[in-house]
Design a binder for this molecule. Structure first.
Ligand code: SAJ
Length: 420
């Protein structure tokens, strides 16, 4: 079977690599020339455990080829990002471009799978776009057409939304093992998509309609955002009472039905910061908790920056060590990183020398390099010189430090790494 994967990013590339290593013939598409060249040379352009060897093998044995344009295939998988605008409105331009790029290549019997997380109703919109672009093909949005048009079944193509659910850091394992929600635009589309995933997924494959699949994925990420917001709110409440919030949550979570997440400097990454807005935008009056959670989590960076500024004001020209820049532990991924946002804000608003420790990066990101009061150093260099130590990311590398090195320093531990 020939598979065309559109978008070779965090989801598309691991999926393309996995399919290529499962006997499929994979044509991967990305509109970035550099990414296409890097992949064709056997190297993934993103860091993900196990991905190097997978992509290298697939390119070497010819089962994976990267290109700028799609080709005819049996299955088309859309894995391009969905975005939000500055005003938190959905922006589906990449998906629209992807559909336009595959439309001329579609042939009867094709299956199109949308893995991107999208607002409710997007799969139906896509069906509409395809029907406009290819009037010679038949794509029904009805569950089971009572009386299909004459000849319709021979011209039929299939569409399903199967939202990705993998956690960066363990993508390959989760691609194979997680249960998947399969939302067909009609019954037959769902069944075709399930038969496809059955070939490489060991987890459960749960059939539903496209709209339910869309909202299920948004609900999953909103659940996490709301839970983290609760943890962040508890940290304010604990501060008021002089209670250690990490001890509190650890104890509360010993209840068999309680699972409070961890407070931190805010929520980052490409998904949880964006997906709840798809619900809020479409159902503003109904999504009160989801909106409040988004706002609480977004405000955490201001809160942390204000605390650091207050402490830094006690020094003349303080040396401020910032531990971690990425959006979460044990990765160099800077997408929507609250740690990076805090550091940027501090540099703009605080007098001092900044020592950045980020073991997962070889160089500082461009937004920080122009500033001469900022250096990327290792932990051993940073700690002895620092007046303030700000722990922003709970990387394993920061876990077991010699606590004597923190003596007589102002320590702000936003992750509870040293306080639990
Ligand atoms: N965070 C906290 N406290 C916590 C847990 C996380 O502050 O207790 C922060 C992290 O530091 C990070 C952010 O939240 O900044 C998000 O991190 P994450 O590890 O929870 O999630 P992502 O964005 O890496 O991946 C999520 C996953 N969603 C869920 O767990 C519901 C993943 O399964 C999804 O596939 C992915 O989003 C996606 O693409 O939607």
């Amino acid at each position: 079977e020939k598979i065309c994967v559109i978008g070779l990013g965090y989801i598309g590339l691991p999926l393309a690599g996995l399919l290529a290593n499962n006997g499929f013939n994979v044509h991967g598409v990305d509109n970035n020339v550099k990414i296409v060249a890097t992949i064709n040379n056997g190297g993934p352009h993103i860091q993900e455990s196990g991905l190097d060897i997978l992509v290298k093998t697939a390119i070497q044995n010819g089962h994976l080829v990267a290109a700028l344009q799609p080709v005819p295939a049996d299955v088309f998988i859309i894995a391009v990002p969905s975005l939000i605008t500055e005003k938190h409105l959905p922006d589906l331009k990449h998906i629209q471009e992807a559909i336009h790029s595959i439309a001329p290549h579609l042939t009867p019997g094709n299956l199109i799978i949308l893995e991107t997380t999208v607002p409710v109703g997007t799969t139906e919109k896509i069906a509409g776009w395809i029907s406009e672009l290819r009037r010679d093909l038949y794509l029904s949005q009805l569950p089971a057409p009572a009386a299909p048009l004459p000849g319709a079944t021979e011209k039929q193509i299939f569409l399903a939304h199967c939202p990705e659910r993998v956690l960066p850091g363990q993508i390959l394992k989760e691609l194979m093992e997680n249960d998947r929600i399969i939302g067909g635009i009609n019954q037959l589309s769902g069944e075709k998509a399930r038969a496809f995933y059955q070939k490489f997924v060991s987890g459960g494959l749960l059939l539903t309609d496209a709209r339910t699949a869309e909202l299920t994925k948004l609900a999953e990420n909103s659940f996490r955002d709301v839970n983290i917001a609760l943890a962040n709110e508890l940290s304010y409440i604990c501060d008021k009472f002089g209670i250690n919030v990490w001890e509190l949550i650890k104890l509360a979570n010993r209840h068999p039905r309680v699972n409070i997440h961890q407070p931190g400097p805010g929520v980052g990454g490409h998904c949880i910061t964006k997906d709840p807005w798809f619900i809020i935008d479409a159902a503003p009056d109904e999504s009160k908790i989801i909106r409040a959670a988004r706002e609480i989590n977004d405000n955490r960076t201001n809160y942390v920056a204000a605390r650091v500024k207050e402490k830094a004001a006690c020094f003349k020209n303080p040396v401020i060590a910032c531990l971690g820049l990425s959006y979460k532990a044990n990765t160099g991924d800077l997408r929507e990183s609250p740690a990076l946002r805090i550091v940027q804000q501090l540099i703009q608003e605080t007098v001092g020398q900044f020592l950045i420790v980020e073991p997962h990066l070889k160089t500082l990101p461009e937004c920080l390099t122009q500033l001469n009061s900022v250096q990327l150093v290792n932990l051993q260099e940073a700690l002895p010189q620092a007046d303030l130590v700000i722990l922003l990311v709970n990387h394993n590398a920061f876990q077991n430090i010699d606590h004597k090195l923190l003596k007589n320093k102002v320590v702000i531990d936003t992750r509870g790494t040293w306080r639990q």
